[in-house]
Design a protein around this ligand. Sequence first.
Ligand SMILES: [Fe+2]
Length: 204
Amino acid sequence: MNFKKDFVAAAEDRKPPPFSRRKTALRHGIHPGRVLRFVVTQRFYFMSTTTKPSSTATKKDTRLVDSLNLVLADSYQLMALTHLAHWNVEGDSFFQLHTAFQKQYEELFEAVDDIAERVRALDAYAIGGLSTLARTAGMEEFKSPMPQKDYVAALIVAHEKVADDATRTRDLAGELNDLQTQDLMIGRLQSHEKVVWMLKSFLK
Ligand SMILES: [Fe+2]
């Protein structure tokens, strides 16, 4: 008697048939399609758990859109104050100031649209509504009426506040390598610096 041969033959008899998901499924009374779905789901689960970026990378960085929304609020508030100055300014420079203020608020009207649309392009939402904008900007409103030079002085302060926030936004955009936002802020800063120069020149 060849025990070794008999042992191998017996082992061959006990060996399961070649692996087949279809046959295995049918043997257990499961529709083969369900097995395939399970396998696919498991593979996707594996991929989703192994290729998932770290939690810090998935956390959305809102600093830039928050900063842009602040510049948006500032600019809107400045536009409203410039409009107020345009309406109520009086004195011997009325025509010059009335016209200059109009040009300034018209330019700001276009700027707020560009800033808000940049926020949208960054897949975030622009803030709006007068009370929200005023609260966010936190810019001091001036009393009106007042002497013509006081409008000019108050608007210089407001322009400088916007420019400070635009500078921070420009720098943050540079840090994050968002050159489009950086370019937008550089454009806004050029505009505010030019207006501040003109307003300061009027006061001399
Ligand atoms: Fe007007």
